[in-house]
Design a protein around this ligand. Structure first.
Ligand code: NAP
Ligand code: GLV
Length: 326
């Protein structure tokens, strides 16, 4: 029997699978656990099921001497010091694949909302009523059909975003660290440099993980390369974009607008963004459908059960961790 510490409300079916395996599970009713409660709670934990809002770092590992596995309820693991976990023989798991299509859908929802000014038009109608059809309404948008889509980070989610462009007859440019011949065949996508993507795309969708290489990948210089009609969509991680530079760029009208699901200092949103009615903002809900969140919870539990019984789960992030030692 192992002590499993869960830092959030999770789906009861998924949690029950842990207790059915005889594990002692500590959960919480809180949606977000304060840091101090997390640090105090992990002393006995052999498994930690956590959120990407939980910082899992050396300080936490020092407080959790029995920890064998950290199961992140998300695919991005930038909240976890994976290097230190590996050194200490602690397995890290994430939730890839099950959230790919849901997150790509949100990327498109943001893209469409920004292009056709859906949120602005909705708010305007509620506040001012519908005065009747006019030829030049206050919310003229830009076309999506036939426009050029630039995907920055053509992995699972980026490829799913690109696949959706076929129905809109959009030429697709992508960048990644490696070639994606499958994507090129399936979608007619063309690999391009980041600079080319920025200068040629009407819609730029960010889908890279947050790493040392991608921190502020989009800064002042990059924003200045974008078309003044372009839309920047960020469904990756906030710090991939220099938010201060983005606010300045939006004020200057290049890019024309942005649609953001993630922010540089979550849960804080840059105060300069909020008064910009043309900017669409959502509170990091890329994977937030009931079906997908359930799948994520079950996948996290799969990983914990595997590690606690000495097996290698498919969603192990640090494959170099010695499983004998966990
Ligand atoms: P993935 O399959 O690993 O894809 C990441 C892609 O980024 C890969 O194509 C990778 O290239 C590329 N890449 C990495 N470093 C790069 C760099 N320096 N320059 C250009 N491309 C680079 O991951 P995923 O499952 O698609 O998830 C991507 C990220 O989305 C996650 O890490 C997470 O941060 C974010 N996410 C956000 C939400 C949300 O709620 N908004 C939901 C889920 C995920 P290679 O293929 O060549 O290695
Ligand atoms: C969400 O942001 C995730 O990384 O799954």
């Amino acid at each position: 029997m192992a002590h499993v510490f869960v830092t959030t409300q999770a789906f009861p079916d998924a949690i029950r699978r842990l207790t059915e395996h005889g594990h002692d599970v500590h959960t919480t009713e809180k949606a977000l656990m304060p840091r101090e409660e997390l640090l105090n709670g992990v002393e006995q934990a052999e498994a930690l099921v956590c959120l990407l809002a939980d910082r899992v770092d050396e300080e936490l590992f020092d407080r959790a001497p029995h920890l064998r596995v950290v199961a992140n309820l998300g695919v991005g693991v930038d909240n976890i010091d994976v290097g230190v976990a590996t050194q200490r023989g602690i397995a890290v798991t994430n939730t890839p694949d099950v959230l790919t299509e849901t997150t790509a859908d949100l990327g498109w929802a943001l893209l469409m909302a920004a292009a056709r000014r859906i949120v602005e038009a909705d708010v305007h109608l509620r506040e001012h009523g519908f005065p009747g059809w006019t030829f030049i309404p206050p919310h003229l948008g830009v076309d999506v059909f036939g426009a050029t889509l630039g995907v920055v980070g053509a992995g699972r989610i980026g490829s799913a975003v690109a696949r959706r462009a076929v129905g809109f007859s959009m030429p697709v440019l992508y960048c990644a660290r490696t070639d994606k011949p499958e994507l090129e065949r399936a979608v007619g996508a063309r690999r391009a440099s980041l600079d080319q993507i920025l200068t040629e795309s009407d819609f730029v969708v960010l889908c890279v993980p947050l790493t040392e290489d991608t921190h502020h990948l989009i800064g002042r210089r990059e924003l200045a390369r974008m078309k003044d009609t372009a839309v920047l969509v960020n469904i990756a991680r906030g710090p991939v974009v220099d938010e201060e530079a983005l606010v300045e760029a939006l004020r200057a009208g290049r890019p024309r607008t942005a649609a953001l699901d993630v922010f540089e200092r979550e849960p804080e949103v840059h105060p300069g963004l909020l008064p910009m009615r043309n900017v669409v903002v959502t509170p990091h809900i890329g994977s937030a459908t009931e079906a997908t969140r359930k799948k994520m919870a079950h996948l996290a539990v799969d990983g914990v059960l595997a590690i606690l019984s000495g097996r290698q789960p498919a969603n192990l992030v640090n494959r170099e961790v010695p499983l004998g030692g966990v």
